[in-house]
Design a binder for this molecule. Structure first.
Ligand SMILES: Cc1cc2nc3c(=O)[nH]c(=O)nc-3n(C[C@H](O)[C@H](O)[C@H](O)COP(=O)(O)O)c2cc1C
Length: 144
């Protein structure tokens, strides 16, 4: 199974989660800002957060990335996100992906992310363990 992880991360929280998931399921985590892959992907983990300077929504580059996804090339998407509070980053990604006809898995993963003096230490060891479990669970489910 061809698995990839793509994320947007302004301050590193989502990148940390992406990297841990990548290690757990032995694939590469790559920022969408340097994404070049155009091969067929069986499972794409897609991670993001929301930003006030992007209308309290997804970063513009993530919106553009999802708008460019081809449902013939990306067979399934599994979402993850980080946030200052439990934001709607995942729901926003889900809506955009659905509008592209992409198959989005029902289960997603979210954890708190450090923002200024809030949520210090997040994503923490427990968050990362849960992210790892999520990635493994999804891959196992897709492989059986
Ligand atoms: C510039 C900036 C703007 C943000 N604006 C919002 C916001 O409007 N609403 C919100 O819930 N969180 C906001 N956050 C918090 C981020 O969503 C949160 O810290 C997230 O974990 C950042 O992920 P990242 O480190 O991968 O970029 C903002 C963070 C930054 C850095």
């Amino acid at each position: 199974m061809n698995i990839h992880i793509a994320y947007y991360s302004a301050t590193g929280n989502t990148r940390k989660v992406a990297n841990r998931m990548a290690k757990a399921v032995s694939c590469k985590a790559e920022s969408i800002t340097s994404w070049k892959d155009s091969s067929t992907i069986d499972l794409l983990f897609l991670g993001a957060a929301v930003y006030a300077n992007h209308g309290h929504g997804l970063h513009a580059s993530m919106k553009a990335f999802i708008s460019g996804l081809d449902s013939k090339k990306v067979k399934a998407v599994a979402l993850f996100g980080t946030g200052f509070i439990h934001s709607d980053a995942i729901e926003r990604m889900r809506d955009l992906a659905h509008s592209r006809g992409i198959n989005v898995l029902g289960e997603s993963f979210f954890c708190l992310g450090r923002f200024a003096f809030f949520n210090l230490g997040h994503p923490n060891a427990k968050d990362l363990r849960e992210a790892e479990d999520y990635a493994k669970r999804i891959v196992t489910r897709m492989s059986t």
